[in-house]
Design a protein around this ligand. Structure first.
Ligand code: HEC
Ligand code: HEC
Length: 222
């Protein structure tokens, strides 16, 4: 009896140690200093660095990916992109490609890169569909706020941390929403997107991707 108790206690300590290790892995905290650093990013230096590091190999010449599974990064809210780079480098957001791409970047490099990509025009959305109810009204039954409340009426993003969705690659949209659902992507602060995605069906995610997304590239269509 006593032994089981001690064993259980040991296990609890081990588990809480693990939880702490995971929490320690997230170094990202929004602060005025970080926002100032991002605002001071130099797009010309960012362009040069992007060329040197060949970001275009996966994100296209002008930040618009040719492959529908890689996200487009042109015209994106710079602070959102900055946080993603930090999260890839620390491993909080998991991607082999992006871990490699960010391994040697300093905070200043990241600020320069996101300043450059923010200035490039995003891909237009298909824009024909009427917005799904989830975008405009949400669903109070499931405690879902309208997407537009945070991501903007036109999906253009909002403030510093909420990304633009308009013109994003549909396949990346579906993949990342599914990763929020399963917890494979867990870098959203306060778990907001994990909660929202967990309430959605596969079909709803597909409809939202079709509404926000860019036209699929021809080679993916057939
Ligand atoms: C070998 C391919 C590859 C290279 C090179 C690459 N990326 Fe990426 N990038 C990806 C993929 C794939 C993702 C999506 C990964 C995921 O699902 O989280 C991504 C995601 C991102 C995101 C997050 C976008 C979002 O909407 O959340 C940013 C920002 C980004 N990359 C910037 C860059 C920059 C800047 C460079 C150059 C320094 C770069 N990438 C180089 C493949 C690449
Ligand atoms: C309460 C505010 C809020 C609401 C409501 C919300 N989002 Fe988000 N969303 C966010 C934030 C904040 C992020 C950035 C998370 C991070 O830092 O990685 C995000 C990220 C995303 C991303 C990742 C974009 C990328 O480029 O990888 C997608 C896709 C997304 N949201 C879709 C939606 C959809 C669809 C809805 C409606 C069903 C929705 N969101 C509702 C706040 C919100």
């Amino acid at each position: 009896m006593k032994r089981t108790f001690i064993l259980t206690l040991g296990l609890m300590v081990a588990v809480s140690g693990l939880a702490r290790a995971a929490a320690d892995a997230d170094p990202f905290v929004w602060s005025r200093a970080t926002l100032k650093q991002i605002a001071a990013g130099d797009p010309a230096k960012g362009e040069e660095l992007a060329g040197k590091l060949k970001c275009s190999k996966c994100h296209g010449d002008k930040g618009i990916s040719e492959d529908d599974t890689s996200p487009s990064i042109a015209g994106q809210i710079p602070a959102y992109n900055y946080k993603q780079l930090v999260d890839y480098k620390s491993g909080v957001r998991d991607s082999k490609d992006m871990k490699k791409a960010t391994a040697k970047l300093s905070p200043q490099d990241m600020a320069d890169l996101v300043a450059y990509f923010a200035k490039l025009p995003p891909e237009p959305p298909l824009g024909k569909a009427k917005p799904p109810v989830l975008v405009t009204k949400g669903d109070p039954e499931r405690l879902l706020l309208p997407c537009a409340m945070c991501h903007g009426k036109k999906g253009q993003g909002w403030g510093f941390e909420v990304p633009a969705l308009t013109g994003q690659k549909g396949e990346h949209f579906v993949e990342t929403m599914t990763a929020f659902q399963t917890g494979d992507r867990a870098n959203d602060q306060y778990g907001r997107m994990r909660f929202i995605a967990s309430q959605l069906s596969e079909q709803e995610i597909a409809e939202l991707a079709a509404y926000y997304g860019a036209k699929p590239s021809p080679k993916e269509e057939d």
